[in-house]
Design a protein around this ligand. Structure first.
Ligand SMILES: [Zn+2]
Length: 171
């Protein structure tokens, strides 16, 4: 788990290595726990070793950018913005958002060339129906991870993705 220190450079300073105890920064610990839970879900429920099925180490960076209001799988690693602190309260603490983004990495490793991925203006975007399916798979698996962790069945679950990201007055 890395700390990008509020700038847009990756990965930043190593903040908590695999297996190390919790540190003073709640964002580091939340991201560490939620990435870990998602990897445990894939291992226990689907027998999948990490995101690529071959035990790849998963690097993540918190405090990416200045009030950056997103979290994403870059194609190589996870990054988490802190949000603006007014409407968006940060992403690392949201298990379903973390699982959604990490599932993009699973999809990327399962579908040669990526599902609906196209390089546009130096950025990889998800386009067309294949890109929509890619997003849908991420939402489905995010809901599964959330329900698996909460020990809920489909009827009990709220099926919301990202509810924990919004400021309380917006929910
Ligand atoms: Zn997505």
């Amino acid at each position: 788990m890395y700390d990008a220190g509020g700038i847009e450079e990756l990965p930043g300073r190593l903040a908590r290595a695999e297996g190390e105890r919790a540190v003073g920064d709640p964002a580091v610990n939340a991201a560490y726990n939620n990435v870990g839970l998602t990897l445990q879900f894939y291992a226990k429920v689907f027998g999948r070793r990490s995101l690529d099925g071959h035990g790849m180490p998963v690097a993540s960076s918190v405090h990416y950018g200045d009030r950056f209001s997103n979290a994403m799988w870059t194609g190589r690693q996870m990054l988490f913005g802190d949000g603006d602190g007014i409407h968006i309260m940060g992403f690392a603490q949201s298990l379903d958002v973390v699982a959604h983004e990490l599932t993009h990495a699973v999809t990327q490793s399962v579908v040669p060339g990526g599902l609906g991925q196209q390089r546009r203006g130096g950025k990889v975007k998800l386009v067309g129906q294949a890109g929509a399916l890619n997003e849908s798979f991420s939402d489905v698996f995010a809901s599964m991870v959330k329900q698996w962790h909460a020990k809920q069945n489909a009827r009990e679950a709220d099926w919301l993705i990202g509810a924990g990201v919004l400021a309380p007055q917006l929910v």
